[in-house]
Structure formats: structure tokens, C-alpha cells
Ligand binder design. Structure first.
Ligand SMILES: Nc1ncnc2c1ncn2[C@@H]1O[C@H](COP(=O)(O)OP(=O)(O)OP(=O)(O)O)[C@@H](O)[C@H]1O
Length: 259
């Protein structure tokens, strides 16, 4: 018997006024699975993530989390936004930003320091505990946002273009750090990206949405060995085959037809 999915979209419609953004969207994400969602601009990727996170309610249908309908944001679901500068408090140090999440969780004062140190170590920022976000690079600020999310000990991480604002080298190192975090924490990851190669590199599965309204256009299993490697994985024939399929899908769906 296959285990019950952690996240299940069940025929989700989402309309903003009379604009139907998601139409009968159905797909599932298993526990511990990394599912990357791609699709042309405006097809509803962010909207799907916001529905799954309980930030917006579906117009029809439901998203279930561990079998229960999602009706509001959950403590065990953390969201990583692209815009780290808005997600962090500029007047708090790195340690202070992580502490905020622990305070919200009700972690006793005496246990916070140890947790903060462990979380900052996990994202390679231990030496920067006393620095303010403005004293950190974009990549470091994004790692700090991730550390703050991990403080929630989330069962699922919802990541909306988290590396979209970073340069190529920083992006690759954060991809690898994220994969290591996923391996170590066994968190389930719903990852939205424009970058088809990023989706294949990270994912166990890639879901491509078609627009008007947003719905599944393609689902690809990524049978590439882990741990993945920025050079050999990206050069492998299977990676190139998947990339080809996804590019064809995006081009066709941008033109409005199925590939
Ligand atoms: N709060 C809102 N009110 C009205 N319309 C919205 C709202 N949020 C999103 N939309 C519309 O819903 C559609 C899907 O937006 P969404 O941001 O989910 O797409 P996306 O696939 O993530 O796009 P992108 O790749 O460009 O980030 C767009 O047409 C957008 O204008």
C-alpha cells in the first residue's frame, strides 16, 4: 500500500473575482518528497503554494495536509519567500531573527541559545550570529531565512522562488545546502521555480502547470541518483532528457496548446 500523501490538492479551483487562476488542480506530495512546480509566468504557481500553505482558501475543492483540510497557516509548515529582505527583521541580528521563530514556538529562554547555535551552524552562519541582515550578502540573508524557518521544525517547507534573486554561484551552493537540509530533516518540500534545470536538479518529481486556468500539464519523475552533483548530475543523459521534455512543455504551454 502506498503511504498517504502529506499534501493533497483535490480538485482545487481558485478564482480572484471572475478570474479563474487554478482549475480543478489535483496532485499529491508524499512525505519526505521534493516536488518542484514549474510553468509559464502567471500560470498560478505561487497561488498554488499559497493555497497549500493556508494563506488563501480555495474557491472549490480542498488541499489536505496529513489528511486534514488546510484552513489556515500551520505551525508545522514554513514558507521561504524569494524576498529575504522583507522576511527578516533588520533591527535584529542573525541570532535574534532565529530567536524570533523560537519565541513564537514557545521555546523556553534557557533552551533558545543552544537551538539558535545549532540552526545557524546548519546553514553555515554560526560565525555571523551577531551580524545584522544589512551586514550580510543576499545568499547569507536567504540562508538566515531558511534557518528561521527550520526553527519551526516544519514537516513541510514551501519555497517560492527562494533562490531567484541570487547570482548563479550562490544559487548553486544554496541548492546543495537545501538538499542536505532535506536529507537531514526529511522535510517534505514544495518548491516553486522558473528555472527548469533547478527543478530537475532538486526534485524527486517535477510538476508543470499549464495556464488559464492553472492545471497539471506534465508530471515527470526524476530518477537521478542522490546525492546530486552540480557537474555530473547536470551532464547526465537523463538530466538532459528531462530538460528537453520540460522545455518542450513550457514552449507549447506558452503558445497556449498542450505539447
Ligand atoms: N491577490 C490577487 N488578486 C488578484 N489576482 C491575483 C492575485 N494573486 C495572483 N493573481 C493573479 O493570478 C495569476 C497567477 O498568479 P501567480 O503569482 O500565482 O502566478 P505564477 O505562476 O506564480 O507567476 P510568476 O511565475 O510570474 O511568479 C496571475 O494572473 C496574477 O495576476
Amino acid at each position: 500500500m502506498t503511504p498517504a500523501p502529506l499534501i493533497a490538492f483535490r480538485s482545487v479551483d481558485l478564482a480572484f473575482g471572475d478570474h479563474l487562476v487554478l482549475g480543478k488542480l489535483s496532485f499529491e506530495i508524499g512525505r519526505g518528497e521534493i516536488v518542484c512546480v514549474v510553468g509559464p509566468s502567471g500560470c498560478g504557481k505561487t497561488t498554488a503554494l499559497r493555497v497549500a500553505a493556508g494563506l488563501i482558501a480555495p474557491t472549490r475543492g480542498e488541499v489536505a495536509f496529513a489528511g486534514a483540510p488546510v484552513r489556515a497557516p500551520r505551525r508545522d509548515v514554513a514558507i521561504v519567500f524569494q524576498d529575504y529582505s522583507k522576511a527578516l527583521l533588520p533591527w535584529r541580528t542573525a541570532a535574534g531573527n532565529v530567536s524570533l521563530a523560537l519565541e513564537a514556538m514557545g521555546t523556553p529562554r534557557g533552551r533558545r541559545r543552544e537551538r539558535i547555535d545549532a540552526l545557524l551552524k546548519r546553514v553555515g552562519l554560526f560565525a555571523f550570529a551577531d551580524k545584522y541582515p544589512s551586514q550580510m550578502s543576499g545568499g547569507m540573508q536567504q540562508r538566515l531565512q531558511i534557518a528561521r524557518c527550520l526553527a519551526q521544525e516544519p514537516a513541510a517547507l514551501m519555497m517560492d522562488e527562494p533562490f531567484g534573486a541570487l547570482d548563479a554561484m550562490t544559487r548553486q551552493s544554496l541548492q546543495d545546502e537545501m538538499l542536505e537540509i532535506a536529507r537531514a530533516t526529511k522535510a517534505t518540500i514544495f518548491f516553486v521555480t522558473h528555472d527548469l534545470e533547478e527543478a530537475i536538479y532538486l526534485g524527486d518529481r517535477v510538476v508543470g502547470l499549464m495556464p488559464h486556468p492553472g492545471r497539471i500539464g506534465i508530471e515527470l519523475s526524476v530518477d537521478l541518483p542522490r546525492p546530486r552533483d552540480q557537474v555530473t548530475t547536470r551532464e547526465s543523459p537523463e538530466f538532459l532528457r528531462l530538460r528537453h521534455k520540460l522545455y518542450d512543455f513550457i514552449h507549447a504551454s506558452e503558445k497556449g496548446g498542450r505539447p
